[in-house]
Write a protein that binds this ligand. Structure first.
Ligand code: HEM
Length: 223
């Protein structure tokens, strides 16, 4: 496969989706892990130490560029795949199998991805943008992200929007996790059942951990 085909053929595009998907899954693990420090319930001390390292060190800041490139590539290639699928199948099926053929969320990856994109735009405007603009987009003094979370998560509609965003993420991962590893070649009888179980576990636990963060501030479980 040539480099051009990696970005333009449907097999190449699936490969890019799989690779960027695994990269984004790794990001989610690090992001959830670091954020989980809020539950130390120490007024944000432990979380702010981690956030300071991530925001004020060149290595994570260069990785951040890779992260944004990965997110963009995942969105563009996903959009192209979705558009091609719709073009190929402009006439609906005579018999719709519904959930017997494939799960609803496997057929709704484009819709779920769009909801996550809307969530991300809101989310970056709550934390990333105020912090980076305060820093002058280079290394510099940060805002207090713990205090920012307390303020952002004091509003009911925001907390509801975050929980809905996390539910969309859960369903997106329920298909995406297994699909990414299958595209990358983890596909035989021995591993399939294990991969399905790990995928379902991941897509429940990680979004649940994220959803509990705004809820913890809103209900005053942490201070
Ligand atoms: C729901 C609980 C979440 C909380 C409390 C939270 C908190 C934060 C905070 C405080 C930052 C700012 C970091 C900085 O400026 O250095 C951030 C950045 C970010 N978050 Fe979240 N996040 C949550 C969920 C998510 C989810 C579910 C996603 C992805 C679907 C996500 C994707 C991102 C991205 C892409 C960034 C920018 C990363 C960077 O370059 O610093 N977050 N988040």
């Amino acid at each position: 496969m040539t480099w051009k085909q990696v970005f333009t053929s449907s097999v190449g595009r699936k490969l890019v989706m799989g690779l960027t998907g695994v990269f984004l899954i790794l990001f989610l693990i690090v992001h959830a892990g670091l954020n989980a420090c809020i539950w130390a319930n120490d007024g944000g001390e432990m979380f702010l130490k981690g956030a300071h390292f991530m925001g004020n060190n060149w290595v994570p800041r260069i990785l951040e560029l890779g992260l944004f490139a990965g997110i963009l590539l995942h969105i563009v290639q996903g959009f192209m795949l979705e558009a091609a699928n719709r073009r190929k199948r402009s006439v609906g099926y005579a018999v719709t199998y519904g959930n017997k053929g494939s799960k609803w969320y496997s057929r709704s990856m484009g819709l779920l991805g769009t909801l996550i994109l809307l969530f991300l735009i809101m989310h970056l405007s709550h934390f990333w943008y105020p912090n980076r603009s305060h820093q002058g987009f280079l290394l510099g003094e940060e805002i207090n992200l713990y205090q920012q979370m307390k303020e952002v998560f004091s509003e009911t509609w925001v907390v509801v929007a975050y929980v809905l965003g996390c539910i969309s993420l859960g369903y997106h991962l329920a298909h995406g996790f297994q699909s990414a590893f299958r595209t990358l070649g983890v596909h035989n009888k021995r591993y399939n059942a294990m991969l399905t179980r790990i995928g379902i576990g991941f897509s429940i636990l990680v979004p649940l951990a994220f959803a509990l963060m705004p809820l913890s501030f809103y209900f005053g479980w942490i201070h």
